[in-house]
Design a protein around this ligand. Sequence first.
Ligand code: KIV
Length: 301
Amino acid sequence: MSTRPRTPAPGTPAPGKLPLPELAQMKRDGRRIVMVTAYDYPSGQVASEAGVELVLVGDSAAMTVLGHQSTVPVTVDEMLLLTRAAARGSTRPLVVADLPFMSYQVSDQDAMVASGRFVKEGGADAIKMEGAGPTLDRILAVTRAGMPVMGHLGLTPQTATALGGFKAQGRTAAAALQLLQDALAIEAAGAFALVLECVPAAVAQAVTERLAIPTIGIGAGAGCDGQVLVYHDLLGYGDARAPRFVKRYADLHGAALRWVQRYAAEVRSGVFPALEHTYAMPAEELAAFEDALQPANPLFD
Ligand code: KIV
């Protein structure tokens, strides 16, 4: 019998992966959960080496990676490509893939088929869907099919136009109560965690205290069980203006710009490539080659 390690079957946690129940345990213990987005192999590796619990292959990729003005245009196939790459780098964190707009809104069947593709072809460990209402049935269907689902309430970027733009949600008592009801319904539908985006800190805290599943906040204050930021926003990678809830830890766009400008200047001035960047050949082979280049060579007749 072969003792070679085998690739785990889809749906089976890979060795070294964070076990999903650990997230609920972290909430019970009061240990904060860290999630960051990743969209390719190196960002997945960075997230994994940094020891975060969750990697989100967010449909924010539509804006940060693909240059769209919103998350709406990104397709399942585009997201699958990014998910596969990020998952290869994310050896420890659980990888959550965002279902793109209109890949799950029409029917439970659509939601299950799209989720299945992200798990089987994309290497995702879990799926994220936005909203409550009809999304509750989708969460139920996909979790029943054995795929863990993360919910997303507050500012739901796929429906930002209907919400009046990219702005904070749940700012009236009625809207906050609705958000709490939706959060409870998402938990009851079987979600393992819930993203709260751009909601008042007091509302996010009240929701967090009433749910058994962890909440992951973005622009929702420190009362959530965890936090998520978009990789490009926190590293300043890309020239887009970040929302006010983002803390920028670096200016990778500025640094990349300066290094590419220096490279261009060195190419133009002849500083690059230098001798150490080139390949030599044995002296006798070079001599033979130069000989062969002489005009008297019959090769050039
Ligand atoms: O797509 C995304 O990156 C997200 C996060 C902002 C939560 O949904």
